[in-house]
Design a protein around this ligand. Structure first.
Ligand code: C2E
Ligand code: MG
Ligand code: MG
Ligand code: MG
Length: 290
């Protein structure tokens, strides 16, 4: 390598660094503007009973309707929002919007099969001093019942700062709000933590589900986690089900709930109600049972 090359390499490095800093600043500003101008929107992905594919809940998933770049998924901004702290404002909007929407679905269709809305809570948002109060106010303001809300947190949140987090979790549960461990299996998951954590639901990460049909060991591991969770009175939701074979295998293990493209992708709110109408038993079947 010529000397000149090294030097221009260094300049390029400096200029890349500068660009990265500018981009980061721009991102910060853009995220705060996005909150003020209400550029965030929610899609909802059905969570179904594996036995009959009936929708029992939905997970709210945030998207950024960017003025020039179009619809952006969380991959493009959630990490930056975590770093800058913007996630606190975004998360607070997400919680209220999801509850408002859910209360409306319930009011418009009392026969709906929808029992809960699941909302992701980032560690930074959960750690804000008055998080449980924020949730209480959001419920009151939207007219939603605490029983309709499932908060998704990650294992790492519970592992750090355990005492304060545990106290907040207990307070939320005392209100009637339920708690799920999201992406279970990707963190430092020690199965014994499940016993100590004040949670109601375990969501098995997609990376855990991917290989259950091809790896006997992976199948055995998921089977064991499902059994253990049930013995600890935890409900299990399998994430990222893409194939009918995975659905069948999980159903056979006794896993009751699932989520994934095999059932439905994240959908716009208008598409949810028609999927959640309690379907009447077919007449033929009714006659047969008389
Ligand atoms: P997550 O909470 O584990 O959500 C599930 C993600 O898996 C969603 O991606 C969903 O679209 C995707 N997914 C569901 N089924 C399948 C499948 O069968 N195959 C594949 N390949 N993917 C599937 P999405 O919407 O891009 O969200 C990614 C992550 O962003 C979420 O993972 C969650 O950690 C985070 N996120 C989403 N919304 C929020 C929010 O409002 N607040 C916070 N703090 N984080 C959020
Ligand atoms: Mg989630
Ligand atoms: Mg998840
Ligand atoms: Mg996941």
């Amino acid at each position: 390598l010529a000397k000149g090359n090294g030097k221009s390499g260094w300049r390029r490095y400096q200029s890349d660094l500068h660009t990265a800093m500018v981009q980061r600043l721009e991102m910060r500003t853009a995220l705060h503007e996005a909150i003020e101008e209400e550029q965030f929107v929610l899609q909802y992905q059905p969570i179904v009973e594996l036995a009959d594919q009936r929708i029992t809940g939905v997970e709210a998933l945030v998207r950024w309707q960017h003025p020039s770049r179009g619809l952006l998924g969380p991959f493009f901004f959630v990490e930056a929002a975590e770093e800058s702290g913007a996630i606190v404002g975004i998360g607070s909007w997400v919680l209220r919007e999801a509850l408002r929407q859910f209360a409306r679905w319930r009011a418009e269709n009392p026969e709906t099969t929808l029992r809960y809305v699941s909302v992701n809570v980032s560690a930074r948002q959960f750690r804000t001093a008055d998080f449980a109060d924020q949730v209480r106010r959001a419920l009151t303001d939207t007219g939603a019942r605490a029983q309709w809300l499932l908060l998704e947190i990650t294992e790492s949140l519970v592992l750090r700062d355990a005492e304060k987090v545990l106290a907040d979790l207990e307070e939320l549960r005392a209100m009637g709000v339920r708690i799920a461990i999201d992406d279970f299996g990707t963190g430092y998951s020690s199965l014994s933590y499940l016993r100590q954590m004040p949670v109601d639901v375990v969501k098995l990460d997609k990376s855990f589900i991917d290989d259950i049909l091809t790896s006997r060991q992976q199948h055995a591991l998921v089977d064991a986690i499902v059994t253990l969770s049930h013995n600890l009175d935890l409900a299990v939701v399998a994430e990222g089900i893409e194939e009918v074979g995975q659905r069948a295998a999980l159903d056979a293990m006794g896993c009751r709930y699932g989520q994934g493209y095999h059932f439905a992708k994240p959908l716009w709110p208008a598409d949810i109600p028609e999927l959640t109408v309690a379907v009447e038993e077919p007449t033929v079947r009714r006659q047969a049972t008389v």
